[in-house]
Write a protein that binds this ligand. Structure first.
Ligand SMILES: [Zn+2]
Length: 164
């Protein structure tokens, strides 16, 4: 006995090609025109029936996007570090402090992005505060702030608030 799917997209003879095109970014509207299918049916099919292999391709693509964001955040980190170094050498406490704020934001962003890349879904971003990397960064921040006691105290205070 044949079970017939009610989904017009599942029954479509060019289903494989159509799915690949959807994954590649073909819009539902264009797919509807090209394959003479309903836009709603295509949307339902995409949500509920799209084959697992193709979904995996889509997920890998999203991961690649997150990886690019990580690369960019790392570039920002390097730039902010360079600014911090320059500010230290020139004795510019205020600039050093804003570079440190930028570094902290970038570290948080990196932690978040890395959490997204991690396959475990329930990564707690706040756990970064006890990671060895973060502790090393804190240490490095406070050491570079040695010439600026006021900034050092302010940063230490903020770090304590973060830990709490
Ligand atoms: Zn379907």
């Amino acid at each position: 006995m044949m079970t017939e799917s009610k989904c017009s997209v599942c029954r479509h003879p060019e289903r494989d090609t159509l799915e690949r095109e959807l994954i590649a970014g073909l819009t539902l509207r264009d797919a509807a025109d090209k394959y003479a299918l309903g836009k709603d049916a295509l949307g339902r099919h995409k949500r509920n029936h799209l084959s697992k292999a193709l979904k995996a391709v889509q997920e890998r693509r999203e991961m690649a996007g997150a990886q690019k964001a990580v690369d960019r955040a790392e570039e920002l980190y390097v730039k902010a570090s360079a600014i911090l170094e320059g500010a230290e050498q020139e004795g510019q406490g205020a600039l050093a402090l804003s570079a440190i704020k930028e570094l902290r934001a970038t570290v948080e962003l990196l932690a978040k992005l890395t959490g997204e890349l991690d396959e475990r879904p329930q990564v707690n971003v706040l756990n970064v505060s006890s990671s060895p990397e973060w502790l090393a960064i804190q240490q490095a921040m406070l050491e570079s702030l040695a010439p600026f006691p006021e900034a050092r105290i302010a940063v230490a205070g903020t770090l304590e608030e973060l830990e709490a």
